[in-house]
Design a protein around this ligand. Sequence first.
Ligand SMILES: [Zn+2]
Length: 206
Amino acid sequence: MDLLIDLPNIQIQDAFEDRSGNYILTVISTEKCTHCHKCGKRIEKSNGYGESIELRHPDILGKQVYLRIRFPRYQCDCDGQPTTTQQVSWFTRRSGFTKAFEQRILLSCVNSTIADVAIKEKVRYELVSGVVDRNIDKAVNWESIEKLDVLGIDEISLKKGHQDFVAIVTGRSDDKIQVFGVSRDRKAVFLKHSQAVTNFCMVRLF
Ligand SMILES: [Zn+2]
């Protein structure tokens, strides 16, 4: 099971299927530190746990997966001795989803509408558009991309019947598709990333 959820520094403590047929996994973080939200220092002095939260994660064997977790809290010795709840790389605070699930939602948006994705992934419409909004105009870290066969730029409509479009930039290499970013302006995407684009080979425009 730990392998199936594919998240770093996470251990499953309990797993059961609820009445709706969803997998509910109670997990713990095995990382023993975080960075102080005030001074940025690495801190390890334990100070209890945050509230229990439930995060949607990509399906396993066709079942919806929810991770229940209480992130550990740590105390710093800087001014006021503030406490910080652990921040992890695989989850954006207050999103309700793991980043892996957000990627899946964004990928589903390619050649689809937000309303269709909401139905298909069984997620409320506002939550799907929330994922798109959160990812708009986030910088793409081209340096981290080693290999890319095809760069895809697809347009999705944010609201039915409205001329409110965003472009989703995806990359494919070795049959693995990844979302790089979402932009309000597809021409800007192209210009902004033209250096990266010329470094690689094919661009597929919708
Ligand atoms: Zn501090």
